[in-house]
Design a protein around this ligand. Structure first.
Ligand code: B12
Length: 208
């Protein structure tokens, strides 16, 4: 019941309530996996479904992600202690020369909401930094964002650098000017056009 209240609080973008209810579950010794999966993650899945159905838009998705993050911050210390298993590591960043980060942050938050360990490298990230971070963190997925047509070549350079370094992580790309055709052209492993479908893509690639 209380876990369903967490789910509802995320869907009503009530960060204070999400934090309060999550803390109460932790204090009561509830199963952390259940708080995470049935409360926070399933709420973000619902948000993703509503976004795809055109019932919610980017501002609401950001608010829900922010609320979910409030709960996640409380669970994080417990998650790292082996109380529950991470679903894999995603290294994410906006490529070199590009400073746009709103979409990237949204993808990052949804990935966290889905239970992945997310290493966010920020903006203006060069290929070497992606390669190093993928190695250091044993990444399952490397996610690249670009909002400028002029920085799309940096995506190609990064995908190539990752493959040349022999890193097995799957590369996924996105951002307003990016398309599936471009992903195919540069041999990226996947493309998606919004944050919820980026989560689905990461899940699919990790399962493969
Ligand atoms: C906000 C904004 C800015 C802000 C950025 C603030 C910030 N912190 O990000 C500021 C003002 C700084 C800015 C600067 C510039 N901008 Co600007 N900016 C925008 C704007 C209006 C919105 C972008 C945005 O945040 N959208 C909302 C998010 C949620 O959407 P999104 O990023 O597409 O992300 C979604 C998906 O694409 C996907 N996704 C995103 N990343 C990833 C990654 C993966 C792996 C996956 C799977 C999916 C995925 O999921 C996201 C969530 O659903 C766009 C216009 C537009 N409509 O896109 C122009 C736009 C991108 N900017 C543009 C330009 C030209 C610039 C400047 C060069 C302007 C200038 N002359 O200085 C500079 C460049 C600075 C730089 N070096 O990066 C042009 C680009 C044109 C082009 N063809 O390249 C645009 C298209 C505006 C235009 N119509 O001219 N900009």
């Amino acid at each position: 019941m209380a876990i369903n209240d967490i789910f509802q609080a995320v869907l009503t973008f009530d960060e204070a309530k999400v934090k309060e209810l999550t803390q109460a579950e932790v204090d009561a010794g509830s199963d952390i996996d259940s708080v995470l999966n049935d409360g926070l993650i399933s709420a973000m899945d619902e948000v993703g479904a509503k976004f795809s159905a055109g019932e919610l838009f980017v501002p609401e998705m950001l608010m829900a992600a922010q609320a979910m993050k409030g709960g996640l911050e409380i669970l994080k210390p417990l998650l790292g202690s082996g109380a529950t298993e991470s679903k894999g590591t995603v290294v994410i960043g906006t490529v070199k020369g590009d400073l746009h980060d709103i979409g990237k942050n949204l993808v990052s938050m949804m990935m966290e909401g889905a239970g992945f360990n997310v290493v966010d490298l920020g903006v203006d990230v060069d290929a070497e930094k992606f390669v190093q971070a993928a190695k250091d963190n044993n990444a399952a997925v490397v996610a690249l964002s670009a909002l400028l047509t002029t920085t799309m070549p940096a995506m190609e350079a990064t995908v190539n650098a990752i493959k040349e370094a022999g890193i097995s992580a799957k590369t996924i790309i996105g951002g307003a000017p990016v398309t599936q055709a471009f992903a195919d052209q540069i041999n990226a492993d996947g493309y998606s056009d919004d944050a919820p479908s980026a989560v689905e893509l990461a899940r699919k690639l990790m399962a493969a």
